[in-house]
Design a protein around this ligand. Structure first.
Ligand code: PRT
Ligand code: ZN
Length: 283
């Protein structure tokens, strides 16, 4: 039976669970235990701490998993990164006390840098020929400089608020991260086909996110202008209406362009504009 490892709680747990549910892999939330069987797809969900996910996928205990790229890079296990999942965005950065002058990476030579990501940190400085002193700490890395335990930190940053409230400033971004789907490098034929199906559904889900379905009535004589406003996935659907000289136009637009398009369409006389959410787009 194919198994997928996802974070049990934490920052990625809910989004991972929701993504699986959107692609038709559902587990009764009341039964969201350590291991749960999906009701409508031949897969079991393994709910773990994020730190354990790359390892269980490398060991083939779970064939696939959803985890932050930062964890994959830190653990360094042999897993295949199948695709980025567009959530859980953050970066791994170096930060120093805000009053310090920062002349560049040489600043860190011989310095104690607190982190939960010692492998990524040492790899980064080794490649640049700079010796540092890593201080490995499991959590609350941001308090170590003021506690006198370290001179600088290397940690996950998202909004940057945590750094600011601890009197630190971000001086270098070492890597960008987001949640990724990972897979064991060699899968059985049966598992490979199931993973392909999951990838296909994730692709459809990702295309449909941020898209809106737009319907409106347009007079035939302004159709050329309307079509110029509406570059669509495929060409827009145009259907004649019972009212003479009028057509109904259906198309898909990016949500980010929606209001600009609506304004332009109204300016050429579009009526009865309807905006609908898109659930899935299958290409
Ligand atoms: O219990 P478990 O081991 O499963 O969870 P965890 O506590 O180790 O991880 P968790 O749930 O905090 O994070 C899981 C993953 O989410 C990380 O590995 C990242 O890939 C991703 N992620 C995205 C983040 C953040 N954003 C984030 N902001 N992980 C941690 N943070 C921390 C950051 O270190 C800082 O201390 O959140 C704090 C707030 O960040 P600011 O910059 O917004 O203030
Ligand atoms: Zn963790």
């Amino acid at each position: 039976m194919l198994k997928i490892a996802i974070q049990n709680k934490g920052r990625l747990g809910e989004e991972s669970f929701n993504l699986l549910s959107r692609i038709g892999i559902e587990v009764d939330t009341a039964k969201r235990k350590y291991l749960a069987r999906a009701s409508n797809f031949p897969i079991e969900m393994l709910n773990l701490r994020d730190d354990d996910i790359p390892g269980v996928v490398a060991d083939n205990v779970a064939q696939i998993g959803i985890v932050g790229l930062n964890e994959v890079e830190e653990k360094g296990f042999d897993v295949r990164i199948v695709r980025k999942l567009h959530f859980g965005h953050c970066r791994l950065s170096l930060a120093i006390p805000k009053g310090e002058r920062y002349p560049g990476l040489d600043y860190f030579r011989g310095k104690r840098i607190a982190t939960s990501y010692p492998n990524i940190l040492t790899r980064f400085f080794k490649a640049r020929g700079i010796e540092i002193r890593p201080v490995v700490i499991a959590g609350s890395v941001e308090i170590t400089p003021s506690a006198g335990m370290a001179d600088a930190i290397f940690d996950i940053v998202s909004s940057g608020g945590t750094l600011v409230s601890n009197g630190l400033k971000e001086v270098e971004t070492v890597m960008e991260s987001e949640a990724v789907l990972i897979a064991h490098p060699t899968l059985s034929e049966e598992d490979r086909q199931l993973v392909e199906e999951i990838e296909f559904r994730m692709e459809s889900d990702s295309i449909s996110r941020g898209k809106k379905y737009l319907l409106m009535n347009i007079r035939q004589e302004v159709m050329t202008e309307a079509l110029a406003i509406l570059p669509a996935l495929s060409s827009p659907t145009v259907l004649p209406l019972a009212a003479k000289g009028w057509c109904s136009v259906h198309t898909v637009v990016d949500s980010s362009d929606l209001w600009v398009k609506v304004r332009q369409l109204k300016a050429i006389g579009a009526e009865g504009i309807l905006v609908l959410s898109v659930d899935k787009i299958i290409l």
